[in-house]
Design a protein around this ligand. Structure first.
Ligand SMILES: *[C@@H]1O[C@H](CO)[C@@H](O)[C@H](O)[C@H]1NC(C)=O
Ligand SMILES: *[C@@H]1O[C@H](CO)[C@@H](O)[C@H](O)[C@H]1NC(C)=O
Ligand SMILES: *[C@@H]1O[C@H](CO)[C@@H](O)[C@H](O)[C@H]1NC(C)=O
Ligand SMILES: *[C@@H]1O[C@H](CO)[C@@H](O)[C@H](O)[C@H]1NC(C)=O
Ligand SMILES: *[C@@H]1O[C@H](CO)[C@@H](O)[C@H](O)[C@H]1NC(C)=O
Ligand SMILES: *[C@@H]1O[C@H](CO)[C@@H](O)[C@H](O)[C@H]1NC(C)=O
Ligand SMILES: *[C@@H]1O[C@H](CO)[C@@H](O)[C@H](O)[C@H]1NC(C)=O
Length: 729
């Protein structure tokens, strides 16, 4: 009568919960933390598109690291999931974060139980890698980029560690439509028909949300996973930005932390990346920019040219597209958060293993084995994707103006016959696995990791899994986990771009088509199968409670890294002017919905990254005469633009824009600018600040709720005002 007893017990528990509430039964300890990781806001190439012209020159959204620590109730086992507003996590980044955590916490947090995952924004400063290929367009290694990431990530984990309370975690899944499309549908189509038939879409539309609450059901944080590239901002954008996921996080945190500035509230909302390899946010799809017609579907070209075929939308420009795709993720996550009712219960566990992906033996079928290969990039990789040219344009010689490239171009390696056979049918453009001058070009050793929180297994993969690759991995791991005694409602999510970066992972069938993703599947056609085998090994070990071998250590060649990015030489204010002087003044008065644009004599923002601070504040005068900061450079409504006005003289200005929200409180405002200048002699760094005159924001007629009359009057006024503005301009 065991069954009867169990059901009696659970009905009793249900009754107790129903009458007195189930609060107080905490299944986990939970800590959440956030910290600023914003990189150098000037002169550094953005990581992702590898467009040498796409260098940073300001900030739209600050980059954050969001950390979640989950421990069992005995605090015997814990895992850390950190979502970082960066293109990906680099090997050297994880190495340095773990080194710092070892010093701070003496082994509590290490490679095995800490997962760092990147959101894949293509608008964050690059140069934080130790492999040549990933640092080419940033002119080599950029220490400022790496340091800001390392310090901010560690700080977010410290904040989470200091915040730990007893609590619960709910999980929920739902479909989000109209927010992602497949950018290589012809490769997807090559997957087996019976496999495709199991899925309604050629991208994953599911969003998975974790809701973290304390034992009194007070919300602590949220993680959502949804597969979509953070390429709503295109390869012309020079403002640091978390793209669609960074914007979604800002919306969620704003709503849960009313009155708090970005990065300062207690509630932490992470929008994490998943199997986004072939998934674009540019939902209008690719079109020929010269004719407006659809591109050639197999090659993504117009009249044979890949640079004419670009995907965009759904908005009229990249800002509106970011807002729509980010807004959609926010709304779906919010809905899933508030309706989440399934508790995670069960152990907290983890397994981690380094694997030499260049030499794995893969079981193809009962009679045949195959091997993975040392890394190589195929020809299609140079063509980029319809989200933007993916990497430097190797074939057109534009790289000759790149000094970093110059040093190494003559040392390119010729692939061996064995390598050509292994990578077949990939035509090898860059034989990265067999060149190590001046140091290795791409990794061989990659981390594999699973974090377990009750019935959820987070599969942390060091790269970009295509839609179908992610599905195969999730299915294989769910199946083997349940076979080995995990609960039958075990579920899995793929956490993309985690712990290191080893490019793309397409299925064997997609690889045959050699689109960008297949060409960038660096370990050959059996890469996915090798990953699946390795993640199965981790799962079985976890089920059995046995350890896994650590595996080969990834190399650390920090000491050898080259950098060709010139340092800041010096800053200088024009004759008779000072740093922080206002160049362009605000108007005396603005209407809500209007735009304030002011500028200041400024200096290179690389002198001080203002981590956890801001290059600007929009301040409102309070009734007691004091000033309250309403917006910073991290807010969507502001932008910070830095521009050199004279390189020889070291002169520059900062332009600050504030788009006044429709519901902005009327009152007296000012905008301040903060920076640091570098002296010509001695190179000392001196902070400066400046403030505009005060200006008024008028009352919004809408907020006065005086009905349709006043609204019509308001519209008329706006029309007059804009005509007036036009006349002035
Ligand atoms: C990390 O720490 C855990 C617990 O102390 C230990 O079992 C594991 O071997 C460590 N892993 C590494 C890679 O050091
Ligand atoms: C999406 O989620 C639903 C509900 O959990 C599930 O039945 C379905 O299999 C999921 N789809 C994919 C492609 O994982
Ligand atoms: C990027 O987006 C802007 C609009 O915000 C557009 O003018 C430009 O053509 C786009 N560029 C590319 C390369 O997609
Ligand atoms: C799995 O099933 C158990 C037992 O019915 C339940 O308590 C738990 O909430 C379920 N978890 C998930 C993720 O469905
Ligand atoms: C990984 O395998 C490759 C190919 O055999 C080998 O050259 C390399 O030394 C291995 N790396 C490590 C760290 O074992
Ligand atoms: C196993 O794979 C090999 C190589 O792809 C193939 O030639 C062979 O026909 C396969 N055998 C079976 C039984 O599917
Ligand atoms: C394939 O590799 C596995 C693991 O290395 C080995 O056990 C098996 O015998 C091999 N099978 C064949 C057909 O070579």
């Amino acid at each position: 009568m065991v069954d009867g007893r169990v059901s009696w017990k659970s009905s009793f528990a249900f009754l107790v919960c129903f009458v007195v509430g189930c609060h107080g039964v905490a299944h986990y300890y939970i800590g959440t933390g956030i910290a600023d990781v914003t990189g150098p806001a000037a002169e550094v190439d953005m990581m992702g598109y590898a467009n040498p012209a796409q260098t940073s020159h300001g900030i739209h959204l600050r980059q954050y690291s969001r950390a979640f620590i989950i421990a069992d109730t005995a605090k015997k086992s814990r895992v850390v999931f950190v979502n970082v507003d960066a293109c990906m996590i680099s090997e050297i980044l994880k190495i340095q974060v773990v080194q710092k955590l070892q010093t701070l916490y003496h082994g509590l947090y290490n490679d095995s139980n800490v997962c760092l995952s990147g959101i894949h924004t293509h608008s964050g400063p690059g140069g934080f890698h130790q492999y040549v290929l990933f640092d080419v367009t940033s002119l080599g290694f950029v220490k400022e980029s790496l340091d800001s990431l390392v310090n901010g990530i560690v700080k977010s984990i410290q904040n989470a560690h200091n915040n730990m309370v007893a609590g619960n975690i709910y999980i929920n899944t739902g479909e989000l439509l109209d927010s992602n499309i497949n950018r290589s549908p012809s490769a997807y189509l090559n997957n087996p028909a019976e496999e495709k038939a199991r899925y309604k879409y050629n991208v994953d539309k599911n969003m998975t949300v974790l809701k973290f609450v304390d034992e009194n059901a007070k919300p602590l944080g949220m993680i959502s996973w949804f597969a979509v590239h953070c390429t709503s901002m295109n390869n012309t954008n020079g403002y640091i930005s978390g793209d669609n996921k960074g914007y979604a996080a800002q919306l969620f945190e704003r709503e849960m932390n009313p009155g708090s500035l970005p990065g300062e509230g207690k509630f932490v909302a992470a929008f994490a990346q998943s199997n986004e390899g072939d998934v674009s946010p540019n939902t209008k799809g690719p079109h020929c920019i010269n004719t407006g017609k659809p591109c050639d579907i197999l090659t993504s070209t117009c009249e044979g040219k890949n640079e004419l075929c670009i995907a965009s939308g759904p908005g009229r420009d990249m800002y509106e597209s970011t807002k729509i795709i980010g807004g959609n993720q926010f709304k779906k996550a919010k809905e899933l958060f508030h309706s989440a009712s399934t508790l995670l219960t069960g152990p907290v566990d983890y397994r981690h293993q380094f694997v030499n992906m260049s030499i794995q033996i893969v079981q193809v079928n009962a009679t045949h084995n195959a091997t993975t290969c040392p890394p190589a990039m195929g020809y299609s990789f140079a063509a980029g994707t319809t989200d933007g040219p993916g990497m430097f344009d190797f074939t057109q010689g534009s790289t000759t103006s790149n000094p970093f490239w110059n040093v190494i171009r003559d040392f390119l390696s010729k692939p061996t016959p064995q390598q050509i056979k292994c990578q077949h049918p990939k035509p090898i453009l860059l034989n990265t696995g067999e060149i190590s001058f001046p140091y290795p070009w791409q990794p061989s050793v990659v981390p594999t990791q699973i974090l377990r929180i009750g019935e959820l297994m987070i599969l942390a993969v060091p790269g970009e899994f295509s839609t179908m690759s992610g599905r195969r991995l999730r299915n294989a791991i769910t199946e083997i986990a349940i076979q080995h005694g995990f609960p039958s409602n075990t579920t899995t999510v793929v956490a993309g771009l985690s712990n290191a970066y080893a490019d793309y992972i397409a299925t064997y069938e997609e690889y045959q088509i050699q689109r960008y993703e297949g060409a960038s599947t660096i370990f050959g056609p059996h890469t996915l199968q090798a990953y699946i085998q390795k993640f199965k090994t981790l799962t079985v070990a976890m089920a059995r409670g046995s350890p896994v071998p650590v595996g080969p250590s990834p190399p650390n060649f920090m000491k050898e890294l080259f950098s060709f990015l010139p340092p800041v030489l010096f800053d200088h204010a024009p004759m008779g002017q000072n740093f922080g002087d206002v160049v362009k003044k605000p108007n005396p008065k603005y209407m809500p919905g209007g735009t304030v644009e002011v500028s200041f004599i400024s200096a290179n923002p690389r002198n001080n990254l203002m981590s956890g601070k801001s290059f600007l504040t929009v301040e409102m005068k309070q009734s007691d005469g004091s000033w309250k900061t309403m917006f910073t450079d991290a807010d969507w409504e502001t932008s910070y633009h830095w521009e050199r006005t004279s390189t020889i003289l070291g002169e520059s200005i900062s332009v600050i824009t504030w788009n006044i929200p429709d519901q902005q409180m009327p009152g007296t405002y000012r905008i301040r600018h903060f920076g640091s200048s570098k002296s010509m002699i001695g190179g000392s760094i001196t902070p400066f600040e400046g403030s505009t005159d005060i200006f008024q924001v008028a009352a919004s007629p809408l907020s006065e709720k005086k009905g349709i009359q006043s609204y019509l009057k308001f519209l008329k006024h706006v029309k007059m005002q804009s005509e007036l503005n036009e006349n002035v301009a």
